[in-house]
Design a protein around this ligand. Structure first.
Ligand code: ADP
Ligand code: MG
Length: 372
């Protein structure tokens, strides 16, 4: 005889399902912030201001000067799978924006108190909307949930408060707000380097209407090199090398004659020379403008430097790779930070080779200089 009687199987509540799904996309404050930064960049912003309280757990606010959101779109903004960025399945493979199937704002609304204030150029005032579990909500009893007119600049301010208030286990796993803040600064720094034309600031919230010195502040219309100097310091910037690599550079090496777009790619990299030695590798990897991780690329570049730097020393490397969106699965699921793509081995080998040649060429000319 069975030791326990079977319990009836029941459907989970819709809101519980959505909260679980949201937890898979939003792991910690920085994962929410990353989605919000990408939305602001998609909206064409040139200035992005971030304010953080308690490592983002109490408050995560991002203000941009992008295109804004149309008032009519506000009611469905935080529903799952609502997006202005794709409408047919085939669009998924051609997507060049950072967007992910319209899940970011929905997810954030399931695990925090979400407020959006937005104004398009054509609007005469801004609109404020509050969300919970994917829907507009009223924040005062007896008032409607409809967006309310308010003062505001062109662009969008998104505020997520009390992140994970309804998922206590997640909340208790994130004990240190200073660690969360460090992760936030790291991600903002990397996006700032990748978007030198966009001004980024990131600061801690201290009190209402206070304006503390930001921990990160970059000007607009800067260059990559200047931004690296500003954020990572002069010691890195003075020992930096720069290469651009493109698949067509060695097109002559394969003579099939067929011009297949999925084979074409390009990369740009800034990396320190043999004079620079860090304890831990600083590695910034963007694939199609999204901050991602690839342990295979990282290992390959580390191997190049192993032959150049003394044991225990590591480089700074920023690599931006553009590949045909059809050949990368970076857009398949937002939680997949670790990416894979077609012709990965060949692309990694070529990039490593160019970095190696540049490093060796550089150290030879240095030897010549000192020798002569
Ligand atoms: P996705 O980015 O995949 O479309 P999101 O949930 O991140 O999904 O955003 C939903 C939609 O909300 C976007 O497609 C965009 O139209 C709009 N949106 C979100 N953030 C902004 C922003 N900062 N500025 C302008 N529009 C935005
Ligand atoms: Mg998005």
């Amino acid at each position: 005889p069975a030791l326990v009687d079977p319990l009836p199987i029941r459907r989970l509540q819709e809101s519980v399902i959505n909260r679980i799904a949201a937890g898979e996309i939003i792991h910690r404050p920085v994962s929410a912030l990353k989605e919000l930064i990408e939305n602001s960049l998609d909206a064409g912003s040139t200035a992005i201001r971030i304010t953080i309280k308690d490592g983002g757990l109490k408050l995560l606010q991002i203000q941009d000067n992008g295109c804004g959101i149309r008032k009519d779109d506000l009611p469905i903004l935080a529903e799952r799978f609502t997006t202005s960025k794709l409408s047919t399945f085939s669009d998924l493979s051609h997507l060049t924006t950072y967007g992910f199937r319209g899940e970011a704002l929905a997810s954030i609304s399931y695990v925090s108190n979400l407020t959006v204030i937005t104004k398009t150029k054509g609007d005469s005032c801004a609109w404020k909307a509050c969300y919970q579990d994917g829907s507009l909500i009223s924040t005062k009893a007896g008032t409607s949930a409809e967006p309310k007119a308010c003062a505001g600049n062109d662009g969008t301010t998104i505020t997520a408060e009390n992140l994970f208030y309804n998922t206590p286990t997640r909340l208790s796993a994130l004990r240190s707000s200073s660690e969360e803040y460090a992760r936030i600064l790291d991600v903002v720094t990397k996006y700032a380097v990748h978007n030198p034309k966009v001004s980024f600031t990131c600061k801690k919230w201290v009190r209402q209407a206070a304006s503390p010195t930001p921990d990160i502040s970059t000007p607009s219309s800067s260059t990559t090199q200047q931004t690296i100097r500003l954020l990572y310091g002069q010691t890195i910037a003075k020992d930096i090398l720069h290469v651009g690599i493109s698949s067509s550079d060695n097109a002559s090496s394969h003579d099939e004659g067929e011009d297949d777009d999925s084979e074409s790619w390009s990369a740009e990299s800034y990396f320190t020379n043999a004079n620079f030695q860090a304890k831990k590798m600083v590695f910034l990897l963007f694939i199609n403008h999204r901050l991602v991780e690839s342990s295979r690329i990282k290992k390959a570049i580390e191997a190049v430097y192993n032959g150049i730097l003394p044991k225990g020393a590591s480089p700074f490397v920023y690599l931006s790779l553009l590949i045909d969106p059809r050949s990368v699965d970076v857009n398949v699921h937002p939680t997949k930070k670790e990416v894979h793509f077609l012709n990965e081995d060949a692309i990694i080998e070529r990039i490593s080779d160019v970095i190696q040649e540049t490093l060796i060429g550089q150290s030879q000319s240095r030897t010549l200089l000192t020798g002569g």
